[in-house]
Design a protein around this ligand. Structure first.
Ligand code: ZN
Length: 213
């Protein structure tokens, strides 16, 4: 998030319609399916009129598929459902700002409107990094609304990454705690262990590793 997430909004934003909130809540429920599968929690629903015709959640790790973003899953499911590779008049609700890949697929599918929750300052293609939809040579079809339930959508992502960092810290601490015992047994028969042996040193195991993202 480019701006700090302050937690769930106390009052609903009067500029966001009840309809947009309702469909975004369904996209949030899809994001929780991604979390349950150990994937970054992003969810999407594809809406035609007042009906959700497809949903999708982020699953590139489990699917061994770099294109398995929530939007792509929802677009594929909707196109199969309607037996049409174009989805005119449909709206896509997604909890995180679409990336360039998804923006391209959204345009190819002729989606009428995209509504997203949290902004993505790393890969967002709806204005955060680039604005693919602002280019009239590329886009003639899609209007974009961002920041719907932004705090809630962002909080789900923040809590996921916080949990993952905590698990990583605990794993490193457990490895560091186990290291002296392993070192004692391996050095039991050694006549002169080098004091600077880097791999036996607990300090080596405590050295920071890059944060998983
Ligand atoms: Zn994407």
């Amino acid at each position: 998030m480019s701006t700090p997430v302050s937690g769930p909004s106390v009052l609903p934003d009067p500029l966001v319609s009840e309809r947009d909130r309702r469909f975004m809540a369904q996209a949030q429920a899809a994001a929780e399916e991604a979390r349950a599968a150990g994937e970054v929690p992003v969810g999407a629903v594809l809406v035609r009129g007042d009906e959700v015709i497809a949903r999708g959640f982020n699953h590139p790790i489990g699917g061994h598929d770099p294109s398995a973003h929530a939007e792509m899953a929802a677009l594929r499911a909707a196109a199969q459902q309607l037996e049409n590779y174009r989805l005119p008049g449909c709206e896509l609700y997604v909890t995180l700002e679409p990336c360039l890949m998804c923006a391209g697929a959204i345009m190819h599918a002729r989606i009428a409107r995209v509504v997203f929750g949290a902004r993505d300052p790393k890969t967002g293609a709806c204005g955060s990094v680039v604005d693919a939809f602002a280019n009239p040579q590329l886009n003639h079809h899609t209007t974009v609304v961002g920041g719907v339930l932004e705090d809630e959508c962002g909080a789900a992502l923040k809590s996921f990454f916080a949990d993952r960092r905590r698990a990583s810290r605990e794993a490193r601490a457990a490895a560091a705690a186990a290291a002296p015992r392993a070192s004692e047994t391996s050095e039991a028969g050694a006549s002169c262990a080098s004091p600077s042996a880097p791999l036996d040193s607990p300090g080596a195991l405590e050295s920071p590793v890059s944060e998983p993202r």
